[in-house]
Design a protein. Structure first.
Lengths: 421, 201
């Protein structure tokens, strides 16, 4: 590897970035400046798993030189078939660190900064330093978190605060990649209904008339565990727990003459494992990283905004523009600043909301992240929060804190950042 | 799926300091400009909280249902009490705990009966068999739909989705005997050597 001229590696990339193409923007300045922009663009990769390994490798080979990666997980033996930056000796080590070290070693001149932990550990200052954020996640919850964080960061007066989010996802032979421009285009929350729900079997089937080995396993860990080991929280990484569930499921299978309960299937059911396919990850990672390249170098129009990929039978892909939902709870209404007198009571503040031209909220309910300020319905909660109406704003919220307001007259909710006068 | 990520306390990690001093300074200024330097670490109301706030406001509870909030600031965890005013369960007071997670409305609320009751669709551990709580849940459904469904379980217990198999068999084979069993179980008696909790008003 070290005998290769470091510049030779980039020959073709530089060629692509030094020529005008039929689709390039008229104002695009190609050549050394673009290449320099690419090299100095700080990119954040969220997730260093199946997609993350591919993404890190692709970014490094696309000319990015300042890459950060976050992952909270450690390497498991079952990852090794597709997460090619990891070796047997790495089992138990943090994915982010091992992946970063591997790519840095193979692609000279690339700096990869790992962070082992949750995305929620980091605040807006951290996310503000990046040019683009690219995700290879397996959790909808984490996607929703980064999405709402990036949307809340947008300051209309500062274009730098808008961080494009490129999201990839795979499930077996299917996948998708999407480009989200926070507040400008359809966001993760706008598209939440498009996620296929986790397939679930009716509880009564599991409890009384199992037909498949999977039903026996679900019975064992949802019903039998609750009965017999109520006080121990079930841990899907604890081998003893899995074995217990496996044996209980096996016994139930015998009772109902159902064959096919295996240890591996037990693990698959309780951990909700969907078989990951390396080539699907490769396809989706290729798509997402080339979008990052196009956005960073402005050399081509980027994906607008959703590419679905179905590889179960041959290959079918379709690109479309997912719509922004006008009543999206995250990007539909951004937090507006509101100057308030900290010494007025919550009751007077609520009354003033009905009169303010920009609000006109007649029957609002409202809260902060940690406190229910006032909730009109149900009656029990109204009674419990009514005493707050007598309290001054300074005793209920902090200066600069955000409140979320719902009013039956509007289908959309409102967010206000209260700045004390 | 990664659970419990929302509960994490934000803390500046070691890498926050790794960006160059100029970038950091710039960011600091931006942050100060953005919100007057105050409250920038304050957490924002989550999408799940906002949706529950709205759902609660749009509930129609009627006279047979009440809700209580052990901690009024936590609207994601509460109790629903149903007191059927007709049907076989009339006169009973039934409590259900609701736990909504941060992935709501993608995930359905988790609902459990906190008493041991005799009902074909509720097992002795309090698990509830209601299609929209599991296989038929959709994010377009709301808490009101769940509450209406719960009430319906007491008006029309359903022998074809059994969680308490004995109760379902009783209902199917001998409706009058089932009714008697419901009465005696609600009074704290035993049915088929299982003793039930007294739930009468």
């Amino acid at each position: 590897m070290s005998t290769i001229d470091p510049q030779a590696r980039w020959t073709y990339l530089y060629k692509a970035l030094s020529k005008n193409g039929p689709l390039t923007d008229e104002d695009w300045e190609f050549g050394p400046e673009t290449i320099a922009t690419l090299e100095s663009s700080k990119i954040l990769v969220i997730g260093a798993g199946g997609l993350g390994c591919e993404i890190l490798k692709n970014l490094a080979l696309s000319g990015f030189k300042d890459i950060h990666v976050i992952d909270m997980d450690t390497i498991d033996i079952s990852n090794l078939n597709r997460q090619f930056l990891f070796r047997q000796a790495d089992i138990g080590k943090p994915k982010a660190e091992v992946a970063a070290a591997f790519v840095e070693k193979r692609v000279k001149g690339v700096k990869i900064t790992p962070y082992v932990g949750k995305i929620q550990d980091k605040d807006e200052d951290y996310y503000m330093q990046f040019k683009i954020i690219i995700c290879g996640l397996d959790s909808i919850e984490a996607r929703r978190w980064i999405n709402s964080t990036l949307i809340a960061m947008v300051d209309m007066e500062n274009p730098e605060s808008l961080k494009p989010l490129v999201d990839g996802g795979t499930e077996g032979f299917k996948g998708q990649s999407r480009v989200i421009l926070p507040t400008l285009s359809s966001c993760i929350e706008c598209q939440l209904d498009m996620h296929a729900p986790r397939p679930a079997v009716p509880l009564c089937t599991i409890a009384t008339i199992p037909r498949q080995p999977q039903h026996c396993i679900e019975w064992a860990y949802q019903i039998a565990w609750q009965e017999k080991r109520k006080d121990e929280p079930f841990d899907s990484d604890d081998l003893e727990h899995i074995s217990w569930v496996y044996n209980a499921a096996l016994e139930r299978g015998e009772q109902f003459h159902i064959h096919g309960v295996t240890f591996q299937m037990t693990q698959g059911v309780v951990k909700n494992i969907i078989p990951a396919i390396a080539s699907t990850n490769a396809v989706i990672a290729a798509s997402t990283t080339s979008e990052v390249l196009k956005i960073a170098a402005s050399c081509n129009p980027y994906l607008d905004n959703y590419m679905m990929y179905a590889g179960e039978e041959g290959v079918y892909t379709y690109t479309f523009q997912a719509e922004k939902k006008s009543d999206c709870p995250v990007c539909g209404n951004l937090a507006r600043k509101m100057e308030v007198d900290p010494n007025v009571t919550l009751g007077d503040f609520i009354e003033s909301l009905g009169e303010r031209a920009e609000a006109q909220l007649k029957k609002p309910s409202m809260r902060t992240e940690e406190k229910t300020l006032y909730q009109r319905f149900p009656p029990q909660l109204e009674e419990q929060t009514r005493p707050n109406l007598q309290l001054k704003l300074r005793d209920l919220v902090a200066d600069g804190q955000e409140i979320a307001v719902s009013d039956p007259a509007y289908t959309i909710d409102f967010r206000y950042r209260l700045n004390f006068k | 799926m990664v659970d419990g990520m929302y509960g994490a306390q934000p803390s500046p990690g070691p890498n926050t300091k790794k960006c160059s001093p100029t970038v950091q300074k710039q960011q600091q200024q931006q942050a100060e400009n953005a919100d007057g330097g105050a409250g920038k670490k304050k957490k924002k109301v989550t999408a799940a909280q906002l949706r529950v706030q709205r759902d609660l406001q749009e509930l129609t509870l009627g006279s047979t249902m009440k809700m209580s909030f052990p901690n009024p600031d936590d609207i994601l965890n509460f109790t629903l009490t149903i007191e059927p005013d007709e049907g076989m369960y009339k006169g009973g007071v039934f409590h259900f705990s609701f736990a909504v997670n941060q992935n709501f409305p993608h995930d359905p609320p988790k609902v459990k009966c906190t008493q041991k009751i005799y009902h074909p669709n509720i097992d002795l551990e309090g698990n509830v068999c209601l299609n929209i709580l599991r296989e038929d849940w959709k994010p377009v459904l709301n808490l009101n739909a769940v509450i209406v469904g719960m009430q319906f379980l007491f008006l029309e217990p359903n022998a074809s989705d059994p969680l308490n198999k004995e109760a379902a068999d009783d209902l199917r084979t001998n409706r009058d005997a089932f009714k008697r069993n419901v009465r005696s179980s609600m009074a704290g008696g035993s049915v088929r050597s299982v003793s039930y909790e007294r739930v009468l008003r």
